[in-house]
Design a binder for this molecule. Structure first.
Ligand code: BG6
Length: 510
């Protein structure tokens, strides 16, 4: 199919009318993601006229100052600044408001309620209210409690009230459970939208389509044909200005039980009976539950951690993690983690899933590799074994979004020499580039009441319980850090994790 023959997308209706409140509105997320995404939705006519937003933080700002601050972010982050359209900008700008106040102050919620009611009356939002918690995680519970006691999340007369909770959702199983329990005393599960921004990525959503809208993959998507699966999230960046947050968290908590497990569950899940939110999430959680629990011994053997030292990326010197701002000079926080898991069910028994995430690696690349078993019989005896690369289905999540299937082909010439070639689907060349921060779909879904791409309480808790043995194994034994150079593919032990199984990581191209 050529790009010209790609059918036009189905018409999508604008989101429900609503007033949205953003806590933490002076922060980065609002400027970099939320407002640019709302702009992109508005440009696609997916926000209704009955929409308004009120930002809240402690910082004193007028509506005008707030508008100028966040709208400036659109130019920078929207991502196609040349196409910023004055009419859309004006439309959005007049719907943006600001209320300064301390989210810890009970009285502030009375004022917020009044401000939202006034905006609702002015715009005709029908009583629907969306609360977005873009604050530091320690405020999630307290804000929800105060929303509850101020009566702001009570659903009356057919209007909805929803709360979007940002990442991180807890820092281990106990804290995630405690937060879930707290939220459940105030909200029903249906009202809670736990964000994982990986699910906003088109390529991640496409995993469901790849698997369940095509007949050719399902018969081979199992232990009979799949040798193993690799999921890599490699970043060139270090922790930059986020050392204060990251040093208390580490890459395992930051990336594995959320982003990487989302990818794992979409790759590993059974077909859902429909695309209803709970039908999909039931299957996702089922596969997470089927992950074989790591014994303390397996946690030490099958989990690898690393921390970068000095090095260079693309010829540019990169300082060690311990020299980053707001990082302890003797920090034992990991900036690289790799993990081997198995899924104990009929589809995946015996198929290892190798997961890795790291900062300051040689390339920025998120990809999933489904590696198939080798041909049953090596017919080409004279061909060097290393030339017989296995078939891989490579799902490139970012950058250069696409899917490639690698296979062996005869190199033209009188002798039989086999080279690895691929069939390659590239998103951009088929569908063109669309301005997208990754939050558009998630915001739209929260406003229309589709929770499919949000994490349910049981998913979050199951994910934390999978990594709990690793957290326990690492807690009392500081790592021998630094143990990889910035700009390398992580510690040797990560290579060894696969080598001892006779496998190796695919080198992500970036
Ligand atoms: C965030 C993590 O959730 O995801 C960051 O806190 C990480 O540490 C980021 O860099 C990666 O997201 P993306 O979309 O750039 O792959």
């Amino acid at each position: 199919m050529t790009p010209d023959s790609v059918p036009l997308p189905r018409a999508v209706r604008p989101a429900d009318s609503c007033v949205m409140a953003v806590f933490g509105a002076s922060g980065d997320l609002t400027t970099r993601k939320l407002i640019p995404s709302l702009y992109n939705l508005a440009a696609q006519k997916l926000l209704p006229d009955g929409f308004a937003l009120v930002g809240n933080s402690r910082r004193a700002m007028t509506d005008g100052e707030f508008r100028r601050k966040v709208l400036a972010g659109i130019e920078e982050f929207a991502p196609a600044p040349a196409s910023v359209d004055a009419a859309t900008l004006g439309w959005l700008s007049e719907r943006l408001h600001y209320l300064a106040g301390d989210a810890a102050d009970h009285a502030m919620y009375g004022r917020l309620g009044e401000a939202m009611a006034a905006l609702d009356a002015a715009r005709g939002a029908g009583g629907n209210e969306l609360f977005y918690l873009a604050t530091a995680p320690e405020f999630f519970g307290p804000i929800a409690r105060r929303l509850g006691s101020a009566g702001l999340v009570r659903e009356e007369r057919g209007a909805w009230r929803r709360v979007v909770v940002e990442k991180p959702f807890g820092s281990d199983l106990e804290s995630a459970k405690a937060l879930n329990d707290e939220l459940k005393t105030i909200l029903t599960e249906r009202q809670i939208y736990r964000i994982d921004h990986y699910l906003g990525k088109e390529t991640v959503q496409n995993i469901l389509v790849l698997r369940f809208a095509n007949g050719i993959f399902e018969p081979i998507w199992n232990r009979r044909y799949v040798d193993h699966v690799q999921i890599s999230v490699a970043e060139e960046l270090g922790v930059g200005g986020r050392g204060g947050y990251f040093d208390g968290v580490g890459v395992l908590r930051d990336m594995l039980p959320n982003h990487i497990f989302q990818l794992l569950s979409l790759i590993g899940m059974e077909p859902p009976i429909s695309f209803d939110a709970d039908a999909v999430r039931d299957k996702q959680v089922e596969v997470l539950r089927a992950i074989a629990p790591l014994t303390p011994q397996a946690a030490r053997r099958d989990a690898v951690r690393g921390q970068y030292g000095d090095g260079a990326i693309g010829g540019i010197r990169a300082p060690s993690y311990r020299a980053e701002p707001l990082v302890a000079k003797d920090s034992s926080t990991e900036t690289f983690a790799a993990l081997k898991l198995t899924i104990d069910n009929w589809r995946w028994a015996g198929v290892p899933f190798y997961l890795r995430a790291g900062k300051r690696l040689p390339a920025r690349s998120t990809e999933i590799v489904v590696q198939f078993r080798a041909a049953p019989f090596q017919l080409f005896r004279d061909t060097p074994v290393e030339a017989m690369t296995p078939n891989q289905l490579v799902i490139r999540i970012q950058p250069h979004e696409g899917i490639a299937l690698t296979f062996g082909a005869k190199i033209p010439g009188p002798a039989v020499n086999i080279g690895t070639v691929d069939m390659n689907f590239d998103y951009q060349s088929y569908f063109g580039a669309k301005p997208n921060t990754g939050y558009e779909r998630l915001l739209y879904d929260a406003m229309t009441g589709d929770a499919t791409l949000f994490q349910r309480a049981d998913m979050v808790e199951t994910a934390w319980s999978v990594v709990a043995p690793v957290l326990a194994a690492w807690k009392d034994a500081p790592g021998d850090f630094p143990n990889y150079e910035a700009g390398s593919w992580g510690p040797d032990a990560a290579q060894e994790l696969l080598r001892r199984d006779g496998r190796r990581w695919r080198e992500c191209a970036g």
